[in-house]
Write a protein that binds this ligand. Structure first.
Ligand code: GLP
Length: 277
């Protein structure tokens, strides 16, 4: 896992946007996994600025939301279908028919979940999955105890998550009890994972996810099993990391090839360590 520690939330957004742009330049028909919540909002805004400046074209990009509440009308202002349409699809000028959100209102929610995984597979799989992290270590809505191999399915929200999300609703009771979320197995199949976190309230969850044991009790710890996972953190979210100095050292030496005294044939001309993570 690569851990990028930057000073503030603005730099988190810029780094995350840069990672998406690199992927988009490689593949204009990118399949992008879209997180909701407040964490990635500034990154979406940064991408939107570049779209408006004519630098980026998201019209060929397919999008898959991470999750959706059960029971909210798709037009409810806090349904993730509405949030994704308003905060991502419109500002990034994405093609609405290419963006998918699990159907949390259907008669058969298990079928809706299976259909969602099938749609991801039919797209060729998610290239880049953007993630936030809950204060209890959840990603998507995979609460502690979620199987590390779980598929998209119905879950019951933890009281902590409902309390955290109550700020988007009139009251705690108005926060739905259930959701459909991509599973940890589903998320792990994305080719690249980018988790963004800002602020002191995320510090404990970030440290547990990055440096604790891989365990269903900290769902974000599944990132440790992924070959291409990056956490982009501001200083406050990184505050509890025991190996913080090492991550900064890695970043400071990224792309730099050591020159050994007395070994005149090393490094060979043109050698780059751009992949050193
Ligand atoms: C929400 C979402 C997650 C999100 C997390 C953190 O409930 N389902 O995808 O990453 O909880 O939210 P926030 O970014 O607002 O702190």
């Amino acid at each position: 896992m690569e851990i990028v520690i930057v000073d503030d939330a603005e730099q988190v957004a810029r780094h995350a946007a840069d990672a998406v742009v690199r992927a988009l330049r490689r593949k204009p028909t990118l399949v992008l996994g879209l997180a909701t919540g407040s964490s990635p909002v500034a990154a979406y805004e940064e991408l939107a600025r570049r779209v408006q400046a004519g630098e980026l074209d998201f019209s060929g990009v397919q999008g898959f939301a991470l999750d959706e509440y059960v029971g909210l009308r798709a037009t409810h202002p806090e349904s993730y279908a509405t949030v994704i349409a308003r905060d991502v699809v419109a500002p990034l000028h994405m093609t609405p028919s290419l963006v998918h959100v699990p159907d949390g209102r259907g008669q058969d929610l298990d079928a809706a979940a299976r259909d969602f995984d099938a749609a991801i597979a039919a797209s060729g799989g998610i290239d880049v999955q953007i993630l936030g992290i809950g204060a209890n270590g959840h990603i998507g809505f995979n609460e502690p105890g979620s199987s590390l191999r779980s598929r998209t399915r119905v879950k019951t929200l933890a009281a902590r998550t409902r309390a955290d999300n109550a700020r988007f609703f009139d009251s705690f009771e108005d926060v739905p009890l259930h959701c459909i979320t991509q599973g940890l197995g589903t998320i792990s199949e994305a080719r690249e994972l980018i988790l963004v976190a800002q602020g002191a309230t995320k510090a404990a969850a970030v440290a547990a996810a990055a440096e604790g044991p891989v365990t269903a009790m900290c769902p974000a710890s599944v990132l440790q099993l992924h070959p291409r996972a990056t956490m982009i953190l501001d200083a406050k979210a990184a505050a509890d990391l025991a190996h913080r100095d090492y991550y900064l050292h890695v970043a400071a030496n990224k792309g730099r090839v050591q020159e050994y005294a007395g070994l005149s044939d090393y490094p060979p001309t043109g050698l780059e360590l751009s992949a050193a993570r």
